[in-house]
Write a protein that binds this ligand. Structure first.
Ligand code: ATR
Length: 274
């Protein structure tokens, strides 16, 4: 019988996950179906229970349900536990596993697709919301020399790093604290790009060999990418590669096979340009 999977969120019409997972399934010869479910606000657990009753094997969880999904899981991976957010649910006979593949997707995209090691690097993580929380542990696990989390609201950055304090060289600050500092990798985990806004970053925090990574994506360069290029960053990218890489990690958790992300990224870029 064909195994059933889906992405669940609200709104969900914009999701690329069914396209990505259908491509993975073809590539890896997996007999599976992957749909998109729009759950009403306040109706997340009922929608999950229904999908499970109907024999569903796994779900990707997206905005605004990633925190609700923590409650649904019987067991959490450590990275989901620390992120306090779940983007992947796996339904076994008697238990529900909750994982968070966002951070490993980001790390994979930077290190494998872009070929930039994070080990001993100076990393600036911009933002202290759910997106930033989801990627902190996987970033720290790569052994950077320093990871500074800056946020418009300093208290949120300070609160965020407390639970990761024993995991590496981690510090919190406001935008004023990064004057006269340069970073190897600058990651935008704020929602500023969605509003078309630029971040108050000093131009000299980007170096000619810096990577500026925007976790947001869309048509063309995001405001953060444009800002980074104008400030002299050598490499810029949006988060499309991370999107596909986090999906690949979910696929691996469910199916035990690891798809090749590159052809799927290329298909998405080609579809965007059409
Ligand atoms: P998410 O779960 O998507 O991370 P969030 O919890 O609302 O969403 O967090 C959004 C992040 O983007 C926060 O770090 C926010 O900064 P504040 O904590 O100070 O609100 C940041 N952000 C949003 N718009 C921004 C802007 N124009 N400039 C700087 N930071 C911005």
């Amino acid at each position: 019988m064909t195994d059933r999977y889906a992405v669940i969120g609200n709104p969900i019409s914009q999701t690329k996950s069914p396209f990505i997972h259908a491509a993975f399934a073809r590539q890896c010869s997996q007999d599976m179906n992957y749909a998109a479910i729009s759950a009403p606000i306040g109706g997340f657990s009922e929608a999950v229970a229904e999908f499970c009753r109907e024999g569903g094997k796994g779900l990707n969880v997206t905005i605004p349900f990633k925190v609700d999904a923590v409650m649904i899981a019987d067991h959490l991976t450590e990275r989901a536990q620390l992120a306090q957010a779940v983007n992947t649910l796996k339904f076994d006979e008697n238990a529900v596993l909750g994982d968070n593949t966002d951070g490993i997707g980001l790390v994979h995209d930077i290190q494998v697709r872009l070929g930039i090691s994070l080990r001993h690097k100076r990393i600036l993580l911009i933002g202290a919301g759910g997106v930033a929380r989801g990627v902190l542990l996987p970033l720290l696990e790569e052994g950077p020399a320093q990871l500074l989390v800056v946020n418009r609201t300093l208290g949120k950055a300070e609160a965020l790093i407390t639970r990761f304090a024993d995991r590496g060289h981690l510090a919190a600050g406001g935008f004023a604290d990064i004057a006269d500092q340069q970073f190897d990798v600058l990651i935008n985990a704020t929602s500023a790009s969605f509003g078309g806004e630029c971040l108050p970053l000093p131009a000299d925090c980007f170096a000619p060999d810096s990577l500026a990574y925007d976790m947001a994506y869309g048509r063309g360069n995001t405001p953060f990418m444009t800002q980074a290029l104008a400030s002299g960053a050598g490499f810029v990218t949006d988060g499309l590669g991370m999107l596909v890489a986090q999906a690949a990690e979910s696929f691996f958790l469910w199916r035990g096979v690891r798809p090749d992300v590159l052809p799927v990224i290329e298909m998405l870029i080609a579809a965007q340009q059409r």
